[in-house]
Design a binder for this molecule. Structure first.
Ligand SMILES: [Zn+2]
Length: 301
């Protein structure tokens, strides 16, 4: 975060000057909040760039009105906001010097710092860069055309695969990866009533119209992955596991290791580990974890 802030400052030495663009953006945002009789205020440029998502969301809700848009669209303001908005394109993918004196592009370095390798929107595609130029795209959760104030705010920038970035574009979407933390909010449900394991994507109490990213279409081809998990569950049934535990348990102390958890980990992989939540590094892990939880639930019935 510090590095990102320092980087943005290094791109325009006058950004924080009294008539600098950073100062202008913060003042205008506060002016809009005041005119709307809102209590929220932005303390400074740094906080605008680095505030956590829930604060960003409050600000967004506070300025989300026609009146705010009118103020932003006034001739002088819109020109300056446009300059600020364009900083994203101008600065974001420029090369920077990283801690080990490596020269990398800012966007690539950010994704590496975040430790994320899989798209948070679809949980299907990898987002790592293949060389020093391609990959590592960011989506503006609040689109920068309508909300130029957040064009450079770190928590408004969602690392995403090209497909999700293109499909979402400037549309609004109810599920920000920085906010979705309940497993129940978005989940996969498997319908076993037909021969094949039918998949359904469940968006909590939000409407199906929230399928902005066409995830249902994307996941159609993954019914086979779910079917494979059920096939494994049938083949490595309880009797077979018990048989293996008995067989291998005779050899020294090894029996202790052949627990139910150990088998599940061997059969279903990482997602079967207790408390797994590394969704941003394992593609399809949300689908597999939800399916696995359902399998465990069925065992108990
Ligand atoms: Zn994606």
């Amino acid at each position: 975060m510090e590095r990102y802030y320092d980087y943005i400052l290094s791109q325009n030495s006058r950004i924080l000057a009294p008539n600098g663009i950073g100062t202008f953006v913060v003042n205008l945002l506060n002016e809009i909040l005041e005119k709307q009789n809102k209590t929220e205020r932005v303390t400074d440029f740094k906080s605008l760039l680095t505030m956590p998502f829930d604060e960003l969301e409050n600000l967004h809700d506070a300025i989300n009105s026609d009146r705010s848009q009118d103020i932003m669209n006034n001739k002088v303001n819109s020109k300056k906001l446009n300059t600020f908005r364009n900083y994203y394109t101008r600065f974001f993918t420029k090369k920077i010097e990283c801690p080990e004196n490596e020269i990398k592009k800012n966007n690539i370095s950010l994704i590496q710092d975040l430790g994320i390798t899989v798209c948070p929107y679809c949980n299907r595609n990898y987002i790592n860069s293949r060389d020093d130029s391609s990959g590592c795209e960011f989506d503006h959760y609040y689109d920068k055309q309508t909300y130029p104030f957040f064009a450079l705010s770190l928590y408004n920038l969602i690392p995403s695969c090209s497909t999700c970035n293109r499909i979402k574009n400037s549309k609004s979407y109810d599920f920000c990866p920085f906010k979705v933390n309940s497993d129940e909010e978005v989940m996969f449900k498997v319908d076993l009533s037909s021969d094949s394991s039918k998949l359904q994507l469940y968006f909590g109490d939000k409407s199906q119209e929230n399928n902005v990213l066409k995830l249902e279409d994307a996941y159609e081809i993954h019914e086979k992955d779910v079917a494979e998990m059920f096939r494994k569950e049938t083949e490595y049934c309880k009797e077979y596991r018990d048989y293996l535990i008995n067989l291998l348990g005779d050899r020294g102390n090894i029996g202790k290791e052949f627990s139910e958890e150990f088998f599940d980990y061997m059969i279903f992989g990482e997602i079967a580990n207790d408390g797994f939540n590394d969704y941003l590094n394992y593609p399809l892990s949300k689908l597999k974890k939800d399916t696995y939880d359902y399998i465990v639930q069925l065992r108990a019935e």
